[in-house]
Write a protein that binds this ligand. Sequence first.
Ligand SMILES: [Zn+2]
Ligand SMILES: [Zn+2]
Ligand SMILES: [Zn+2]
Length: 179
Amino acid sequence: MVKEMVAVMGSKTEEFKEEKEIFLEHIQKSGLRRTAQRDLILEVFLRTEDHLSSEDLYWLVQKEDPNVGQTTVYRTLKLLTEAGLAREVRLGDGRTYYEHHFDHEHHDHMICTECGEVIEFFSAEIEELQDQMAEKFNFKPTHHSLRILGICGECQKLEREQSVASGAQPRVRVKTTLN
Ligand SMILES: [Zn+2]
Ligand SMILES: [Zn+2]
Ligand SMILES: [Zn+2]
């Protein structure tokens, strides 16, 4: 979604080495076994720099292995979250999305309510103000997620074009009634 945040790809074997190690460690700690399906789900998740629902990820995984079930994808996403590789994001449509967490800077989101475009942003000033505000209320923040809902640039442009197009009509109609 945000073009600047495309992951830098390493060589095929080295790709996501650290993430894979973290995942394996977490799986073993949880008393689970490493499976080809879990590996594939992790791989597809890491390759996709986007905000994905469990269902989105399921469809992407399906393309590579139709035998992977939706429940397996859901459970693996939970494991990824526990391991600190993924984090849950709410974008305001009631669904839960997941994004990369490991090695990713904290950021907040602007969401277009027209087309669903998600813009990731970070402002040190806003972060600082939030901390100050928490301090003022003797509140100890553990985490936060700032969400700005609105209309993206593209959709604003479309709206303007549409209002110009439909705006021409009443003017004509006024003229005809006057005549
Ligand atoms: Zn923030
Ligand atoms: Zn939009
Ligand atoms: Zn994000």
